[in-house]
Design a protein around this ligand. Sequence first.
Ligand code: PLP
Length: 355
Amino acid sequence: MNRIIDLRSDTVTMPTDEMLKAITSAKLGDDVFCEDPTVNKLEEKAANIMGKEAGLLVPSGTMGNLVSILTHCDRGTEILLGNKSHTFYYEAGGISAFGGIHSRQLVNQSDGTIKIEDIKSAIRMDNIHFPKTSAISLENTHNLCNGSPLLPEYVQDVAHITHDNSMKLHIDGARIFNAAVALNVDVKDLVVDADSVTFCLSKGLSSPVGSIICGNEEFIYYARRNRKALGGGMRQAGIIAAAGIVSLDKMINQIREDHNNAQLLSEGIANIEGLSIDREHIKSNILYFDIKKEKTRSPKLAKQTPDNNLYPFDIILDNVYFLETSPSRFRLVTHYGINGQDVEKTLGILKQMVK
Ligand SMILES: Cc1ncc(COP(=O)(O)O)c(C=O)c1O
């Protein structure tokens, strides 16, 4: 049987053999009592890598963003975030549902930035009619904006405005290591001016579960309390942390290969008649492409066209899985487990998308 080539997301990655071994031999304790040595080791390692004082393991990127934003923002205050940000789009409205935090969406440019002028003009003056603007959240790399990495200079500019206005800067760095690799910078340079960052172990870094929040000691102290309130205090969580340590020690190099594979895919797609791709913006492991307006879907693809507006939608062509994210726009994500042969096979199959 043909192997499945699953390019829907880097969240489908399976743990490596080394992770499985580390999980079975991990030293464990009760992490709600801060007594799990493996969790403590991972949190300390992550904080060192990010150049922050402390770290906190959470079950998911969604909880990492929620805990961070709950910790920065009081109820009834406002957070600025991109209109294509994951927190706005895909986190079930958690910040308003559980935090009473008002979100204000600013336009994301195709490179994932928000214009500096837009940020400046969105910060509210002190007036009883307005919610206080308490924080801004940036996403790096930006999932819906071509997986674009945000430059350190841009993050620094946003941080200056944020801090000049007594606000906090959070970074949803679910794929911050992809950004660091794409820009060839130390990951610390991308978060040095931020008050908090969340990154995921369970995407390009291949762990089965887990994300980490990093920030200063005081922030992490309150974040830990919010994690508990949300039910994210896990007991012998060292079984998760053990894989996370392998992610940080061994899997960052894999990201370079994932980016190379994304480049090979984008080059191949650019040469397929009937498909179009904006190659300029592809710098990490996420790529989007479109069926040209004048083209018709092949019968095999047409059979899978959603009959409702429930995007994203799984597309399965032979053994290749990917997503249709909006009508005639598709997403591929490269990751551990996808090799050069898979890229070639995928390109062969994508040729059959249009008549
Ligand atoms: C940019 C971004 N932030 C946050 C998340 C949420 O991560 P999780 O699926 O672990 O909740 C994702 C998930 O894909 C993401 O792409």
